[in-house]
Design a protein around this ligand. Structure first.
Ligand SMILES: NC(=O)C1=CN([C@@H]2O[C@H](COP(=O)(O)OP(=O)(O)OC[C@H]3O[C@@H](n4cnc5c(N)ncnc54)[C@H](OP(=O)(O)O)[C@@H]3O)[C@@H](O)[C@H]2O)C=CC1
Ligand SMILES: O=C1OC[C@@H](O)[C@H](O)[C@H]1O
Length: 393
């Protein structure tokens, strides 16, 4: 007997690049990816600047005519028809915006990096748990079928016990030969006031691969936080433009190297010649394709494989009725819907304690490298009238 599909009602907080990508995915028919147990409804969108911006956004993504357009984040989080808020602002804003939504009684899916500091992440998690509300960091990579398959292969011992992981996410964003990046100094990519920097923006994906393999799939009692040694290079704005982190998990005798850069690419050819991730075990190696945030393939190289390489390709299903759209952001939306339907306040795919553990690595690396973000974006004092909530920041 077919059971009824559960519908999650979404409010989109902010109207920038990723808000558009995610919302377009949300609007695809779940059947196009063979999902029948959950569906999504776009109920409202808010811009911190003006309602017109939200209304233009709804038209641009071809959203439903009845979707509401708000000119403030406060109106959005107080809409009784919204179940969950997708926070799509710069990292600097995540703590205040997520608190705003939680205090209004809404579940939250917050873009990566969850916060600017581990203290802020802990405060968000405490608040969500106190209020019995769902919270998840939107690390879309975790929910992609390729990631799930790689976790399963490693857990099943396909390459034997893993002793080392290399993970990189790097892009050549150089504007010319003077060392300047093509990002404006004011942009969220490099601006300290918006918590810019390679590590928070990109490096969290390299750390995600390290944690998926060396932390996530361990039995709960065996999970250990790593020792961290890091070095970074700063851009003239004060944010990191390249960071390298060594992680050691002493009880497991495993090591990882997580790197990120805005100056050089993981694969300069962009033709799949260089993997983003190498997972090295006693019986072989799994290499995950580039870019680490949404790899299109993985390959297995076995110690006794005689030089044979097994390559498995993945691509996100698309919805033909929506112009062939589909990027793979919808998997995390489906996970949020299932958790909320089942009364769970956190996902076992992206657990909150793991988001905190990753933010602790980020904290340590930034501290060792001397990157200091301004107090107004690292504070753990929530204020609904904070300029980061009212659009005055
Ligand atoms: N999962 C993924 O693949 C990706 C994730 N991201 C993550 O998404 C988040 C947003 O990134 P992205 O969409 O690229 O950023 P954008 O700059 O494109 O959009 C950010 C939006 O936040 C709102 N905002 C509020 N205050 C400010 C402010 N002071 N400065 C800038 N924007 C402000 C604006 O919307 P409004 O005016 O409507 O309020 C703006 O459009 C980040 O956390 C980033 O790491 C980004 C790209 C890809
Ligand atoms: O998450 C991201 O993935 C893609 C990058 O271009 C972007 O800067 C980053 O936020």
């Amino acid at each position: 007997m077919a059971t009824e599909s559960f519908t999650l009602r979404w409010g989109i907080l902010a109207t920038g690049f990723i808000a558009e990508m995610f919302t377009r995915d949300l609007l695809t028919n779940t059947a196009s990816r063979e999902v029948t147990d959950v569906t999504h409804k776009l109920v409202a969108v808010a811009s911190s600047k003006e309602a017109q911006k939200a209304s233009d956004f709804i038209k641009k993504v071809d959203g439903p005519a009845e979707a509401k357009a708000y000119g403030s984040y406060a109106e959005l989080v107080n809409d009784p028809d919204v179940d969950i808020i997708y926070v799509a602002t710069p990292h600097s804003h995540h703590f205040q915006n997520t608190m705003l939504a939680l205090h209004a009684g809404k579940h939250v899916l917050c873009e990566k990096a969850l916060t600017v500091t581990a203290d802020q992440a802990r405060r968000l998690v405490e608040t969500a748990r106190e209020k019995n509300l769902f919270l998840m960091e939107a690390v879309w990579t975790r929910h992609q079928p390729l990631s799930k398959k790689v976790r399963e292969l490693v857990a099943a011992g396909e390459i034997g016990p893993v002793s080392r992981v290399f993970a990189d996410i790097s892009f050549n964003n150089l504007a010319g030969e003077d060392g300047k990046l093509y990002h404006a100094d004011s942009s969220r990519s490099v601006n300290l006031d918006l918590a810019g920097g390679a590590l928070l923006d990109l490096g969290v994906y390299a750390l995600t691969w390290v944690f998926q393999v060396l932390y996530h799939i361990q039995p709960e009692a065996d999970k250990e936080k790593p020792e961290v040694v890091a070095a970074l290079n700063k851009y003239h704005t004060g944010s990191d433009d390249s960071t390298a982190i060594i992680l050691r998990f002493p009880k497991h005798n495993t090591l990882a190297v997580a790197t990120t850069s805005m100056r050089t690419a993981t694969d300069p050819s962009d033709k799949g010649l260089v993997p983003a991730v190498r997972i090295q075990g006693a019986k072989g190696e799994i290499q995950v394709g580039n870019p680490a945030f949404r790899p299109d393939d993985y390959r297995i190289i076995r110690k006794d494989g005689g030089g044979e390489v097994e390559t498995v390709k993945y691509s996100p299903p698309v919805d033909d009725a929506r112009g062939g759209w589909g990027q793979g952001f919808y998997w995390q939306a489906d996970e949020a819907a299932r958790c909320i339907r089942d009364g769970k306040i956190e996902s076992s795919v992206m657990p909150l304690d793991e988001s905190i553990a990753i933010m602790e690595v980020v904290d340590a690396a930034l501290q060792q490298g001397g990157v200091a973000y301004p107090d107004h974006i690292t504070s753990t004092e929530y204020d609904p009238q904070n300029p980061l909530n009212t659009g005055k920041a």
